[in-house]
Design a protein around this ligand. Structure first.
Ligand code: SAH
Ligand code: SF4
Length: 453
């Protein structure tokens, strides 16, 4: 979502004459768009600011001044603290106020001579009543072949470990037509795949033409009408909001790719309850079962947290058992990280770091083996690959399989970028696949078992 937000900030600033630069040297403004989800992510902000301070200082007194802004969730959570610890920061803005960047920049550049880097930076971390999406300009930048589109933001779930409800605010969905029009514009600019984004994307709700409440499955079906939009994905989902109609979309909507990232966090009911996840391990397994019934080849991914306060060896084993039962094609896993202000952060029975390290290493080894097995199972098969960009080597192209695997081919013409071609997979390169374009007739967006890939 920060990638999407950064592109939109660039759109907001374009009318002021700002264009993207490749790095901070020589730039008139640097915006750090930050993440607060785990301690490691938010720590990076201060070390990055230290680096920028030096560049800014070297330019003091010259005509080539630099505005420093901190955006995103660290800004939202620690706004005052940032201005105190780093008084050379000119602007601090939250994720819901970046449509107001032009005013902030005007104020900051006017005030910068007086301030001389000595405090009084601008702070705008409000949650405005009207949505930023109603004020953002039409997208200026192209996101390329595979684009992101934010459709939902914020969260009302309040999992006890998570800062999102505090930094991104309450759950909000954009109107269907607004999303539809943005998707059409993205396709006009060259996108052939769109990933719908939301912290809780499957909590998406909107109103159809007759004014009835509809969910994400309706939005997906509506977007699948867009000519030239060959692939749709959505992330991140919560198991509790995985309703029947969305599950059925996986069997019905040809453009919806057979891949789902569905975080479960733990396989222990005791820990799931302490996390306030509102479902059991069995309920999660039932969802997976229904998904596989609707779309037998669906590839599954998840998020795991090890070392949540009070997690015992038996709880951890329950997580491993769940992983072994489901078999994921890929996954993300993290050590529990205390987030200030969250209920779990205040619990006494925090797990030792050494135990967390041990559990994480073992869990990741099981997941890596599954990913490897999954990727190897595609060797010898032909997969329709959407080519997105050139690779590092001459003649190499990188694309994506329907199952969200990165696929590289050598000796392919660059004009295949943006096209879908069948690739015969011949190697498992551990985090990606290798193969050759099949010359006899590509698939394009034609039907395979009723599903256009
Ligand atoms: N909305 C999604 C996840 C959003 S946060 C969901 O409900 O699943 C992305 C991932 O970061 C989470 O799934 C979780 O695995 C991880 N995460 C969030 N807070 C964390 C914390 N305090 N410590 C470790 N990992 C965390
Ligand atoms: Fe955080 Fe996701 Fe839980 Fe919301 S549902 S509180 S975003 S982990």
């Amino acid at each position: 979502m920060n990638v999407y937000d950064s592109a939109r900030m660039a759109d907001v600033l374009a009318p002021l004459g700002y264009v993207s630069s490749s790095g901070p040297d020589g730039a008139d403004m640097v915006i750090l768009n930050t993440c607060h989800i785990r301690e490691r992510a938010s720590e990076k902000v201060y070390s990055e600011l230290g680096r920028l301070r030096k560049i800014k200082k070297a330019r003091t007194g010259s005509n080539n001044k630099m505005v420093i802004a901190v955006a995103g969730c660290v800004a939202q959570a620690e706004g005052e603290e940032i201005l105190r610890r780093a008084p050379y920061v000119d602007i601090v803005l939250g994720p819901q106020t970046y449509h107001r960047l032009p005013e902030m920049v005007a104020l900051a550049t006017r005030a910068s001579d007086k301030r001389n880097g000595n405090g009084n930076g601008i702070l705008d971390t409000e949650f405005p009543v009207s949505s930023k999406f109603d004020h953002l300009p039409v997208e200026n930048s192209s996101q390329g072949i595979s684009a992101f589109l934010s459709v939902q933001e914020g969260c009302d779930k309040f999992c006890t470990f998570c800062v999102v409800p505090y930094t991104r605010g309450v759950e909000f969905s954009r109107p269907i037509e607004q999303v539809f029009e943005e998707a059409q514009r993205l396709v006009k600019k060259g996108a052939r795949e769109i990933t719908l984004l939301g912290q809780n994307v499957n909590a998406y709700h909107g109103k159809n033409e007759t004014g009835s409440e509809v969910g994400l499955s309706y939005l997906i079906e509506r977007l699948s009408e867009i000519t030239g939009l060959d692939r749709l994905r959505y992330t991140t989902s919560h198991p509790k909001d995985m309703d029947e109609s969305l599950i059925n979309s996986h069997g019905k909507v040809g453009t919806l790719m057979p891949y789902l990232h569905l975080p479960v966090q733990s396989g222990s009911d005791r820990i799931l309850a302490a996390m306030n996840r509102r479902h059991t391990a069995e309920e999660y397994l039932n969802i997976i079962h229904s998904l596989r019934k609707a779309r037998p080849d669906i590839a599954l991914s998840s998020d795991f947290i090890v070392g949540f306060p009070g997690e015992t060896e038996a709880d951890f084993e329950a997580t491993i058992a769940l992983i072994k039962e489901i078999k994921f094609s890929q996954a993300y896993s993290f050590k529990y990280s205390i987030r200030p202000g969250t209920p779990a952060g205040m619990l006494n029975d925090q797990v030792d770091d050494s135990v967390k390290n041990e559990r994480l290493a073992y869990l990741q080894s099981v997941l890596l083996e599954q990913q490897n097995d999954y990727n190897s199972s595609k060797i010898g098969k032909e997969l329709p690959v959407l080519f997105e960009r050139q690779g590092r080597h001459e003649g190499q192209l990188i694309g994506r399989s329907p199952y969200n695997q990165s696929v590289s081919v050598n000796d392919a013409p660059a004009d295949l970028i943006g096209a879908i071609r069948n690739v015969k997979i011949d190697s498992n390169l551990s985090h990606s696949l290798g193969g050759k374009v099949v010359e006899h007739g590509g698939l394009g967006s034609s039907a395979v078992n009723g599903n256009s890939l």
